[in-house]
Design a protein around this ligand. Structure first.
Ligand code: MG
Length: 268
């Protein structure tokens, strides 16, 4: 069942999204060689809670982290831990923020240093695929239009689209209907209506699409160990077109959040 949101509810989700964007921006400044993903997790959780919000992922089906931190060939669902980032790494950061009971969900893949042409293509094409999908989030379109737009851009850049992981509706629950695959046929699937809110999230690799699950039961890697990217927005379908509720791409997307207390950043 697809749960549509009122204009007021979409504003509440945008407020959660603003906390998420501030969190992503804060983490971006800390993604450097030598930092561990556990350290990123700690500062993210403290920041999110300092804003009166809750990290949505923590405890979700037993997930121990507040964010997902997935380096290199890890596509998604990395449990933060002792791994320390290296200069040559890329790292996908996925954040869920719950504020006043409403969830925002977004992800972004960062390169730690100047990217090789292969890495630059992986990141830029996956981000472009996300925006192509967002552009299709319009009243009267279908989920397949979103899926197809993502697939066309990603595969057009020579990337493989991961098929076993999909985008989803989002609202009071982190995972709602409908599923939003990153491949598909235009004109197929559920019709998009005003008030639907979708987490659009292309997941790609520079190799093949097959995945494997790590022994921790969470982390999902490319099976061929090729580099992977993950870019995600929470997007509302409105009468005025798509509205990105987690605009991490905009410099001045949200009001300045409350500053993080100095004591909240040990070791970073
Ligand atoms: Mg996500």
């Amino acid at each position: 069942m697809i749960v549509k949101k009122s204009a007021l509810e979409i504003e509440k989700m945008a407020a959660a999204g603003a906390v998420l964007v501030a969190t992503m921006r804060m983490l971006e400044g800390k993604i450097k060689p030598g930092v561990s993903t556990a350290e990123l997790d700690v500062v993210a959780e403290r920041f999110i809670r300092s804003q009166g919000a809750v990290p949505s992922f923590k405890g979700y089906r037993g997930f121990p982290g507040s964010i997902c931190a997935s380096p290199n060939s890890m596509i998604v669902h990395g449990i933060p831990g002792p791994y320390r980032l290296k200069r040559s790494d890329i790292i996908s950061i996925d954040i869920g923020v719950t504020l006043d009971g409403w969830v925002a969900d977004a992800a972004r893949t960062f390169a730690l240093t100047d990217a090789s042409p292969e890495v630059a293509n992986l990141l830029s094409a996956t981000e472009q695929a996300l925006f192509a999908g967002v552009e299709q989030c319009r009243v009267g379109n279908r989920v397949g239009d979103v899926s197809h737009a993502i697939q066309r851009v990603a595969e057009g850049a020579g990337l493989a689209v991961v098929r076993s992981l999909v985008g989803h509706g989002v609202g009071k629950d982190m995972h709602e209907d409908p599923q939003v695959p990153n491949f598909g046929q235009p004109g197929k699937g559920p019709v998009l209506e005003e008030g639907m809110v979708l987490a659009i999230e292309p997941m790609t690799t520079a190799g093949r699409a097959a995945v494997r699950v790590a022994s921790d039961g969470w982390a999902i890697f490319s099976q061929d160990d090729s580099l992977a990217a993950h870019f995600e927005f929470t997007v509302a379908v409105t009468a005025d077109g798509p509205r990105i509720l987690t605009p991490w791409h905009l410099k001045d997307a949200c009001e300045d959040p409350q500053p993080l207390p100095e004591t909240a950043t040990p070791g970073l």
